[in-house]
Design a protein around this ligand. Structure first.
Ligand code: PLP
Length: 417
């Protein structure tokens, strides 16, 4: 019988049925037919320490003994309170308040609403959002609006709002991006600049240096605009530091986090904001309330998982693992330098990527599906973004496993014909 499940980003007419996973452990997903798949993309970038980290799973089990979902507009609970205190303590300076939601997209929606709400409540007419070309911030209406337009959202165009775009700060063309931001800022009315710090993830793992991020933040601030750091993908060590903003010395006004917040075990997201943004919503005039909620806000089990994730960060050598993984990726990706079959080998922290030189590129190119099956047949869970082959493995991945992956990349180039 065909499955009634409608899968995400999945063309049911042409894609084969996916493998059924019966167990997840460390860097592997185990299939019902006895195969072990090496999860080289951390299951869409959520799994940081490895699947089913014992400490996080234990915290989830323990939380279920006493708590389940409860209405967060009316009551509170210790896992949410403790997590908020701990997040504020480790986040970039100035972020003082934590608003919970349940996915990266909602964290960004909340950020956009906070920015516009803060100006509206202060009676300041600032409504323009500035975003980077090639950005991805999610698949809800607001997040698609600030993300890159293309095949993914063409049909939904009537639902989307306009934003001002900056060209991607490609190597040697950084000044054009900064100049464009200056120009937009001069026109006035800018509420916020939203950025994926250092790495544009779904846009093809495109990387830019911390110095550009520092300058983007400076220009936005000088124009009186807020800076929203979408750290949904880059957070929790992916770029080498806990948050990517740290490398640019940038303290954003709003920071969005999800994915690795619970180590990848259960869904949770948080939008952190400065006291100024919180206070702009503070008034005896109740029309200035921050009007946002979702049923599962601050799920206690998810918050307990996130608290345990922070304990793992505190008690285990996570930073050393990240540094070692970064070095191992840099060493291996170097083999593609000067190889005509590959372009632009690059690394940022634990993330490595290289572009296949293919005759037909982009998300809809046939090669995308071919590559996915090619890797799956070899027991490797790799999901190229168009022609960009990338690795974003959990931090428990071994050097031997990395060698397997890089050898498979090399072999995949042979498919280009
Ligand atoms: N922002 C960024 C930078 C992302 O990479 C993603 C997802 O990949 C999102 C937002 C959306 O997160 P979610 O898929 O959890 O809604």
């Amino acid at each position: 019988m065909t499955s009634p499940v409608w899968r995400p980003f999945f063309q049911h007419a042409v894609e084969p049925d996916p493998p059924v996973i019966v167990r997840a452990e460390g860097a592997y997903l185990h299939t019902s037919d006895g195969r072990a798949l090496l999860d080289a993309i951390s299951s869409w970038w959520v799994t940081t320490h490895g699947h089913r980290h014992p400490r996080i799973m234990a915290a989830i089990r323990e939380a279920t003994e006493s708590l389940d979902q409860m209405i967060f507009a009316t009551v509170t609970h210790e896992p949410a309170e403790r997590l908020a205190r701990e997040l504020v303590a480790i986040a970039p300076a100035g972020l003082a308040h934590v608003f919970y939601s349940d996915s990266g997209s909602t964290a960004v929606e909340v950020a956009l609403k906070m920015a516009l709400g803060a100006f509206a409540n202060r009676g300041e007419k600032r409504t323009t959002i500035v975003a980077l070309e090639g950005a991805y911030h999610g698949d809800t209406i607001g997040t698609m609006s600030v993300g890159e337009r293309g095949v993914f959202n063409a049909a939904y165009e009537p639902l989307l709002f306009d934003v001002a775009r900056l060209p991607f700060p490609a190597l040697g063309r950084e000044q054009a991006t900064l100049d464009r931001l200056e120009q937009i800022a001069r026109a006035g009315g800018v509420a916020a600049l939203i950025v994926e710090p250092l790495v544009l993830g779904a846009g093809g793992m495109r990387m830019y240096p911390p110095s550009v991020l520092t300058e983007l933040g400076r220009i936005a601030r000088e124009a009186g605009a807020l800076v929203i750091a979408d750290e949904v993908m880059t957070g929790w060590g992916r770029t080498g530091s806990l948050f990517a903003c740290e490398q640019a010395g940038l303290s954003p006004d709003i920071l969005c986090t999800s994915k690795g917040l619970t180590g990848g075990a259960v869904p949770l997201a948080a939008t952190l904001a400065t006291a100024e943004i919180f206070e702009a919503h503070l008034s005896t005039d109740r029309s200035k309330t921050f009007f946002h909620s979702s049923s599962y806000t601050a799920n206690p089990i998810a918050c307990a998982a996130a608290v345990a994730n922070l304990e793992v960060w505190r008690d285990e050598p996570v930073r050393a693992r990240i540094a070692a993984l970064g070095a191992a990726q840099s060493k291996r990706i170097a083999r593609f330098e000067g190889d005509p079959r590959f372009a632009n080998p690059r690394v940022c922290g634990t993330i490595a990527a290289v572009d296949l030189v293919a005759p037909d590129t982009g998300y809809l190119a046939e090669i995308g599906l071919t590559l996915r099956s090619f890797f799956l047949d070899r027991g490797l869970l790799v999901r190229p973004l168009g022609e960009a082959l990338y690795l974003m493995p959990p931090y428990c991945v071994t050097e031997t496993e990395l060698d397997r992956l890089y050898d498979a990349f090399e072999e995949a180039a042979g498919l280009m014909g």
